[in-house]
Ligand binder design. Structure first.
Ligand code: KIV
Ligand code: NA
Length: 275
């Protein structure tokens, strides 16, 4: 499958048109590419599911770049999006510098950043410079504290209006798509109908043009908590735990390594050395 272009992406309208998954390193990106997803997001969710932070706030540019480079090596043929970490896009200048690093050093095809109306000047600067941008409204984890925690957004008129206006402003500023996170399905439907660029939902129902899930959530290797919108397609965490426990048991019982996993040599060589 040929890598999608930004022009291709802009035309992906209708539920089921885009499949995105996060990946943070060589093996997970490789798995995602082999599974045939359309888009890989190196999300700052890595702060929680890979680095063990309590939120995405502490994630740095250096940490993101480290993972973007690894994921790119694992999925050279897949459109790859780098997530701009907290405060890396506080000004248009900072955003240009940091997004530029993701494309030039990390090999990313696009960047994603959180926010609506308030990030329009930043999005405009990036798009003007030729950097493809994916927007992200609804629950924005970097500012979750101000939003009252990890909870559904857009349930009251003021919050819903903020999402609608944010999505419209992002499209006008030139994004090629918008992530809708933890938004009621009826609102996600209206936003999706209105925008000409695709919406990519997570906790936004079946109505968005695309879907995204966090890799570690969908394969079951992050068990600190499970949001309602997560579907676990495997229990890979349990499988990995069983594998490590079996290894430990076999080492202790002298079962591993056996001959099949060891190297032999000619007896006379050993005699020459030891006499
Ligand atoms: O960081 C991330 O994984 C994300 C997606 C959940 C959209 O921003
Ligand atoms: Na993110």
């Amino acid at each position: 499958m040929a890598k999608l272009t930004v022009l291709d992406l802009k035309a992906k309208k209708g539920p089921g048109s885009l499949v995105m998954v996060t990946a943070y390193d060589y093996p997970t990106a490789r798995i995602a590419q082999e599974a045939g997803v359309d888009l890989i997001l190196v999300g700052d969710s890595l702060g929680m599911v890979v680095l063990g932070y309590d939120s995405t706030v502490p994630v740095t540019m250096e940490e993101m770049l480290h993972h973007v480079k690894a994921a790119r090596r694992g999925a050279p043929e897949t459109f790859l999006i780098a997530d701009m970490p907290f405060l890396s896009f506080a000004t248009p200048e900072a955003a240009l510098e940091n997004a530029g690093r993701f494309l030039k050093e990390g090999g990313a095809d696009a960047v994603k950043l959180e926010g609506g109306l308030e990030v329009v000047p930043v999005v405009e600067a990036l798009v003007r410079a030729g950097i493809p941008v994916l927007g992200h409204v609804g629950l924005t984890p970097q500012t979750a504290s101000s939003l009252g925690g990890y909870r559904v957004q857009g349930k009251d008129a003021e919050s819903a209006r903020r999402i609608v206006e944010g999505a419209r402003a992002l499209e006008a500023a030139g994004v090629w798509g918008v992530v809708l996170e933890m938004v009621p399905t009826p609102l996600a439907r209206r936003v999706t109908e209105e925008l000409t660029v695709p919406t990519i939902g997570i906790g936004a129902g079946p109505v968005t043009d695309g879907q995204v899930l966090v890799f570690h959530d969908l394969v079951g290797i992050f068990d600190r908590f499970k949001p309602k919108f997560v579907k676990r397609y495997a229990e890979a965490g349990a499988l990995m735990r069983e594998a490590v426990a079996a290894y430990a048991r076999e080492v202790r019982e002298g079962v591993f390594p056996d001959e099949a996993h060891s190297f032999g040599m000619r007896e006379e060589i050993l005699k020459k050395v030891y006499g």
